[in-house]
Design a protein around this ligand. Structure first.
Ligand SMILES: [Zn+2]
Length: 471
């Protein structure tokens, strides 16, 4: 009797299971097709990006626009299927460019020439009359060290371009950006009065590119600016032709007191494992030039669209899908730190976290810092992901924001085609017209498919992974 009951229950259970499989749950390939077609046809992320760029524009940390952008995103998430939306307060640095940024080269023969520059983010200003000094041109930090006796009282020009031989532009960026970030500290140590760099860009034009620079408490603060690629070429020509070149640098940048901004968080609660969270995110702030369309407007609207795609396609995820828009990625990562601290005490598990912060170009792959055993399981999903033109999933970093989330076994970065990103990055080139709707939307769909697979699949975790450990 007892055995018969078991058999009946087993059959009943199997029927329910089979029923559920056939009539309620579409295949992952069906979901992938729906996500790609819906994203391409409806262009929701693209329309949000246009709105962000035209009604709010650039949104540097500390600015009013950064607060407006937080409310803008929260309202959209609320109206597009998120069941919980909140703003997380974050105190952020507040740097302002001011209206003056001028570099004039005096060739020494009576000829003077203005060149296109941009103040680097975080720099102090110059006195109103500017700093006028001779120039020392250096190839790299090694040459700085070798010629350190010649630096005092001069303006250092680090002439270090991105390495065109590197196919992966992020590698070339990583190398060249050292001069932008650390140039002022290194040059000031030997008594330099200001520092100039070549813009870290792949585009040959007269538009300079900004980005964060930092100071050290132990070293005197000196002003820092970047020349456009064409301006750097002109400057080099003048330095080659004239032995006694001096320059006048004028910047009216200022560092103000920290101010209140917000991370934006919106989630769709999971039906079966609500305490296992999948973060999909980008950064809310941008530089104050252009309108941050690729960096990181694209990432913001893609992350928002992932939630919206689940809502529009009426998919109830097993795990909780959480869109996190981090403030202050560009100059301080305070948003990422605040979120990571919150994650430690929230008492829920970050099962996975994905970030889009490499522009809105055609999908190529995903990079992940996950364990190789986890990576191998995800690589089995490539047939579905290929629907959105994803070609690979590889070991690699995730992103500046999600990489700080503690005890998250699957952190990943969305990796679109990288050949044109640094044409736009941190400059007046980074405007809405530079983003292509189909490329952007395929990215939304790629992230949506990946989020769906993460939500519905139980990945075998390596032994030792404590699913709910928060420390
Ligand atoms: Zn970015």
């Amino acid at each position: 009797m007892e055995r018969l009951t078991s058999v009946i229950l087993l059959l009943f259970g199997f029927t329910l299971f089979a029923f559920g499989q056939n009539s309620q749950k579409p295949s992952p390939q069906t979901i992938a097709n729906q996500m790609v077609q819906t994203a391409l046809a409806e262009r929701q992320a693209y329309r949000w990006l246009e709105d962000l760029c035209t009604t709010i524009g650039p949104r540097l940390s500390g600015s009013k626009a950064a607060v407006q952008a937080a409310h803008w995103a929260a309202d959209i998430l609320t109206a597009n299927g998120a069941d919980t939306v909140w703003l997380q307060p974050v105190m952020v640095p507040h740097w302002v460019r001011g209206s003056v940024e001028e570099l004039t080269v005096h060739a020494g023969n009576g000829h003077s020439e203005p060149l296109s520059i941009t103040a680097l983010g975080g720099t102090i200003g110059t006195p109103p009359e500017g700093i006028t000094a001779p120039v020392i041109r250096l190839k790299n930090f090694d040459e700085l060290k070798a010629r350190r006796q010649e630096v005092a009282g001069k303006i250092v020009f680090f002439d270090f371009p991105m390495d065109a031989k590197k196919v992966n532009t992020f590698r070339a960026y990583g190398e060249a950006v050292q001069y932008r970030v650390f140039g002022a500290i290194r040059a000031a140590r030997y008594g330099a009065r200001a520092v100039l760099i070549r813009s870290v860009t792949t585009r040959y034009d007269d538009v300079p590119h900004t980005g964060v620079m930092i100071y050290a408490d132990s070293v005197r603060k000196i002003p820092a600016a970047a020349l456009s690629w064409q301006a750097a070429d002109t400057f080099n020509r003048l330095l080659d032709q004239h032995p006694n070149v001096t320059v006048t640098l004028r910047l009216s940048a200022q560092i103000l007191a920290d101010t209140l901004n917000y991370n934006v968080i919106g989630e769709i609660r999971g039906t079966e494992r609500p305490d296992e969270i999948i973060v999909v995110g980008g950064h809310l702030d941008s530089w104050d030039v252009g309108c941050g369309a690729h960096d990181d407007g694209a990432g913001i609207v893609q992350a928002m669209e992932v939630l919206s795609l689940f809502h529009r396609l009426q998919i109830r995820p097993k795990r909780t899908i959480r869109c996190v828009l981090f403030i202050n990625e560009e100059n301080g990562s305070r948003g990422a730190r605040t979120y990571a601290d919150f994650a430690k005490t929230e008492g829920r598990m970050h099962y996975a976290a994905m970030e889009s912060d490499r522009g809105g170009f055609t999908p190529r792959g995903f990079t992940t810092s996950a364990d190789s055993a986890i990576l191998a399981q995800m690589q089995a999903w490539l047939p579905y992901l290929r629907t959105a033109r994803i070609e690979w999933i590889r070991k690699g970093g995730s992103g500046a924001d999600v990489s700080r989330i503690p005890n998250c076994p699957i952190k990943m970065g969305y990796f679109p085609d990288d050949q044109r990103y640094f044409d736009f990055h941190h400059s007046n080139n980074d405007v809405f017209s530079g983003v292509h709707p189909r490329e952007l939307e395929l990215g939304s769909a790629a992230m949506g498919i990946m989020t769906y697979l993460l939500s519905e699949t139980d990945i075998q975790m390596p032994t030792g992974t404590n699913r709910y450990s928060t420390h």
